[in-house]
Write a protein that binds this ligand. Structure first.
Ligand SMILES: Nc1ncnc2c1ncn2[C@@H]1O[C@H](COP(=O)(O)OP(=O)(O)O)[C@@H](O)[C@H]1O
Ligand SMILES: [Mg+2]
Length: 319
């Protein structure tokens, strides 16, 4: 077996000052192989960004972390300072939702790209811009972030993330701030770039339609826990966790963007108010008394994991 680029195991994160002994991320496992595209989905507040930060070794110092976060087989938290620094700089590229806060507002795009390229890149600012579809390079290099459109800024962020040829790119809601048509373009771009450069991709999103465009495997998170994972096509065609089924019923395909269909009742609680056992049970139509115990994540068919006592029934086999 090849060593995963990213391997997260038994990862728990607490913020003792704010939430005491509550696991804001609770026993998370996630592997991404070389050149693989994996999505993490869930509603806002489910811990997706925290997991992305953990994977990028960028959790705030207030976080109390247990478990393993390994990059190419080596535990990030036992690395020396230099190695860890190099990993953050060159091994992993990150693209966040809000380009206006990720970019330096007072510096031209050219200056920001040159700064990163100087740290070591096989490319140039011009080439990077062309790679992300910004062919009007002269103008873009001279522009400050606010002089570009949202879609252009997001492309610049992607160029910056790729400048140092990372093995892993973490894209956290990279298109959420954009119009629907621009969203689709940026997702298509990420996919093309991934196919060209073969980096492993961790795609964080609340949008199942985008996930289906981009990721071969999907992990579904609810309230800091993994509830289900498996091949994206399988998960979307035959969801087993009632939460995944609820997300699907509440979303629309990329082709037929209509208004929300059937929203899941209730909302994700703050970590201080998580219920014991299955954290989804208070919103779940299938919940029974035994859901007050915590369901363990266990194999559920080829390549799939599920944490649920009362899952959505598997379709009857037609004879
Ligand atoms: N630095 C922090 N200190 C305390 N709590 C945090 C911190 N960062 C995130 N959280 C909490 O962790 C939970 C998950 O947040 P987040 O990972 O941003 O969710 P998502 O990206 O899925 O919307 C939230 O309830 C949030 O309040
Ligand atoms: Mg987030």
């Amino acid at each position: 077996m090849t060593t995963p680029v990213l391997s997260v195991a038994n990862l728990s994160v607490r913020f003792p000052k704010r939430y005491g002994a509550i696991d804001v991320l609770d026993n998370i496992a996630l592997d991404i192989g070389p050149g693989e595209r994996v999505a993490v989905v869930g509603e806002s507040g489910c811990g997706k960004s925290l997991l992305g930060l953990a994977a990028a070794d960028l959790l705030p110092p207030t976080a109390q972390v247990t478990g393993q976060i390994s990059f190419r087989g080596k535990d990030v938290r036992t690395m020396g300072r230099r190695e860890r620094f190099a990993l953050r700089g060159a091994g992993i590229g990150v693209v966040y939702q809000d380009a206006l806060t990720s970019l330096n507002p007072g510096m031209t795009v050219g200056a920001q790209l040159r700064q990163v390229c100087r740290l070591g890149s096989s490319s140039t600012p011009e080439r990077l811009l062309v790679d992300v579809g910004l062919t009007d390079t002269g103008r873009v290099l001279r522009a400050k972030p606010h002089q570009l459109s949202g879609g252009q800024r997001q492309r610049v962020l992607i160029a910056l993330a790729l400048a140092r040829d990372p093995d892993l790119v973490i894209a956290d809601e990279p298109t959420t701030a954009l119009d629907v048509t621009v969203q689709a373009q940026v997702v298509a771009l990420l996919r093309e770039l991934q196919e060209q450069h073969h980096f492993a991709l961790l795609f964080v999103s609340h949008d199942l339609a985008l996930v289906s465009e981009l990721a071969s495997r999907t992990t579904v998170m609810y309230a800091g826990q993994v509830v289900e994972s498996g091949p994206t096509t399988e998960i979307l065609a035959r969801p087993r966790h009632p939460y995944t089924a609820g997300l699907l019923a509440a979303s629309v395909s990329l082709e037929e963007r209509r208004e929300t269909l059937t929203p899941i009742p209730g909302h994700v609680r703050q970590p201080g108010e998580f219920v014991a056992g299955c954290r989804f049970r208070e919103r779940c139509g299938n919940a029974r008394d035994d859901c007050a115990n915590r369901p363990e994540l266990a194999p559920d068919g080829p390549g799939r994991l599920l944490a649920c006592f009362h899952p959505v029934a598997k379709e009857e086999e037609t004879p």
